[in-house]
Design a protein around this ligand. Structure first.
Ligand SMILES: *Cc1c(COP(=O)(O)O)cnc(C)c1O
Length: 418
């Protein structure tokens, strides 16, 4: 180590200390945010590599800069591994994240002002599926669909009725706060009836999909987008899979349509995550994520919690805290003080405002990456019951936080070194 190139701890002790502090938090708390996970040490190493130094606008063998021999191999490896995992005809791993991946779909298939349909945000959809505060709701005519009032499941009759009435150019299926499986074939049928492009967004569930723990839309939808950092357990990033006929349009939309140089360090991290995801261990992991969510849901219901749709088919549980006499925000804040980190979330037809809604959203991807199982899920449900019964009781919350940290010590987290 030369003096002009010191390690982080010497070069920037402030940031080094903050990283260490975050590492300790991720080590000592039960992380229940369904979009979060623990990337492996190998993924972190690839993502922290000097591949971030290289500019590589374009695609393999068609770059605008010289010296791409290594980068081309990295990107081609990432693409072929992802294609094999999902059985995809074409893959693009350059989107900077999930939202830019979705924007590329709009750019590939729509003109400003075109009609698009997606699940409304209050029903569990994503901002980029046409919500009013998103560019996708401002530049396109958005017709959101929702869930049924009685069982809170996606109302496919309404989707079809709205599609026939509004003839969307683009139909999205994909969710961010919806605990049930999606019926890809039903969306395909509706898209075909009205001549729409069908885009499936598997940002949350791509790890479950590749492992067969949720049905796959690949080969059913025209285009499939995903993040790479949720259940896929890679670095922060995005990817798009599509049929061959759409490959040129998608590639052109990502670059030069939306982005400049790809994040080659992230591409390397995606390649490593894809290799990890091809193992029997990952398959077992993905199925355990769903099994744990079901156990957590059952244990919560036994303790009198009310769940949106009455349970789960995937990695997340949406709890309506109204019956417990606390709001989602009060509940989530008290949980965080007890070492149980979740996010407050609207429930369908929520009478409360989004910044202080009625629910909390819980997910099992991160805790399952630590190897937690049914016993720990029941323990978490018991702690949650204690927390919502006494959200202002500092002594109780502090005691639970200590017990949580002790439990976490028995389940080392991938990527955590402290
Ligand atoms: C998380 C998510 C995204 C966006 O991903 P970012 O990486 O946060 O931009 C898109 N769609 C869905 C359904 C998501 O859950």
């Amino acid at each position: 180590m030369t003096s002009f190139d010191p390690p982080l701890a010497a070069a920037d002790p402030e940031i080094a200390a903050l990283i260490r502090k975050e590492e300790e938090k991720e080590r000592d708390t039960i992380r229940l945010i369904p979009s979060e996970n623990y990337a492996s040490r190998a993924v972190l190493e690839a993502t922290g590599s000097l591949l971030c130094n290289k500019y590589s606008e374009g695609y393999a063998k068609k770059r605008y800069y010289e010296g791409q021999e290594v980068i081309d191999e990295v990107e081609e490896l990432a693409k072929s591994r992802v294609a094999t995992l999902f059985g995809a005809e074409h893959v693009n791993v350059q989107p900077y994240s999930g939202s830019p991946a979705n924007l590329a779909v709009y750019l590939a298939f729509c003109k400003p002002g075109d009609t698009v349909m997606g699940l409304g945000l209050p029903a569990g959809g994503h901002l980029t599926h046409g919500h009013t505060v998103s560019i996708t709701g401002m530049f396109f005519k958005s017709v959101p669909y929702g869930v049924r009032r009685d069982d809170h499941r996606i109302d496919l009759d309404l989707v079809r009725k709205l599609a026939l009435e509004h003839r969307p150019k683009l139909l999205w299926a994909g969710t961010t706060a919806y605990p049930r499986a999606l019926d890809w074939a039903a969306f395909r049928g509706i898209a075909d009836e009205v001549g729409a492009i069908f885009a499936a967004d598997i940002a949350h569930i791509s790890g479950l999909v590749l492992a067969g723990a949720h049905a796959s839309p690949v080969g059913v939808a025209d285009v499939v987008t995903s993040t790479t950092h949720k259940t896929f357990r890679g670095p922060r990033g995005g990817m798009i899979m599509c049929k061959k006929e759409h490959a040129a349009a998608i590639d052109k939309a990502v670059f030069p349509g939306l982005q400049g140089g790809p994040h080659n360090h992230a591409t390397a991290g995606i390649a490593v995550a894809a290799k990890e995801a091809s193992t029997p261990e990952f398959k077992a992991y993905a199925h355990a994520v769903v099994a744990n969510a079901k156990t957590l849901a059952d244990a919560l219901q036994e303790r009198g919690f009310s769940l949106v749709t009455g349970g789960t088919d995937n990695h997340l549980v949406l709890v309506d805290l109204t019956s417990k006499g606390v709001t989602g925000k009060v509940g989530a804040q008290a949980m965080a003080r007890a070492g149980l980190v979740a996010n407050y979330n609207s429930v369908p037809f929520d009478p409360r405002k989004p910044f202080d809604p009625s629910g909390v959203r819980l997910g099992t991807p991160a805790i399952t990456s630590r190897g937690m199982g049914p016993d720990e899920m029941r323990r978490i449900a018991a702690w949650m019951a204690e927390v919502v019964a006494a959200p202002g009781d500092d002594a109780t919350l502090a005691r639970i936080a200590r017990d949580v940290a002790a439990l976490c010590e028995r389940f080392p987290a991938p990527g955590v070194t402290v």
